[in-house]
Design a protein around this ligand. Sequence first.
Ligand code: DHB
Ligand code: FE
Length: 286
Amino acid sequence: MTTMEHPTEATAAASGASATERFHADKSPFEAVKDTPPERVNTLAREVLAAVHSTIRKHNVSYDEYNALKAWLIQVGEDGEWPLFLDVWVEHVVEEVNTSHRTGNKGTIEGPYYAPDAPEQGATGTIPMRDNEDGDPLVWTGRITSTDGKPLAGKVELWHADNDGFYSQFAPDIPEWNLRGTFSTDADGKFEITTIRPAPYMIPTDGSCGKLISAAGWHPWRPAHLHVKVSAPGHELLTAQLYFPGDAHNDDDVADAVKPELILDPKPAEKGGYTIDYGFVLDPES
Ligand code: DHB
Ligand code: FE
């Protein structure tokens, strides 16, 4: 387990700094690409720059606009908002090209707020939450199977925002691991998770990403979502998010991460809250 400084303020700079710190703690991004041949780096870098050059020519970008861009790019780094910027506006296409071969479940972006090694809860369990956790209770049953229909002994890592749209470890005053848990499946591939329904999430608006959103006349909203990483031996890791029908931002997600296959069908439960039945089909590793 990696321990992080807990943010003390609910500001873009504080959650951005946590997201940047988390990214550095979990991954050694350069190691994985250390054998990339210069031809590929050359192609990618040249084509990205050519796309920038062509936009400048097409729209006659002025020196004032160029300097504003420069200042803004510097600010994104100072705010620690590169993880937010990239996961909102770029990651969905990376996810698309890397999973298009799959015949099992659709996935979607991871986003900046995953933390590995959330506490284990067994095959039937309640996600860690505060005694007075706000929000409608949600009881979720499901099963992990392979593309041939066979049940898999695997894991569902679940993390999501609270009823105010905040994530533990990235917002102040929320206990560590709140609304984060690792569930396993029984011999039949089944799991049953009790949690609460998360609220829609607004990406931080007081930092540089917010500045871009307001300058461009966009909105900062993501629909309410449950994040999962689903894994089983010999199968490709599935990173996905599940959404709720009727959310105003399912068709208009700032991060472009909603897919129709990822929308749940919650049913009102007798004792209040909702039940959901949603399982996962994993692709065997090739
Ligand atoms: C961001 C937050 C999320 O919860 C998410 O799923 C994707 C992106 C963000 O703030 O960048
Ligand atoms: Fe999220």
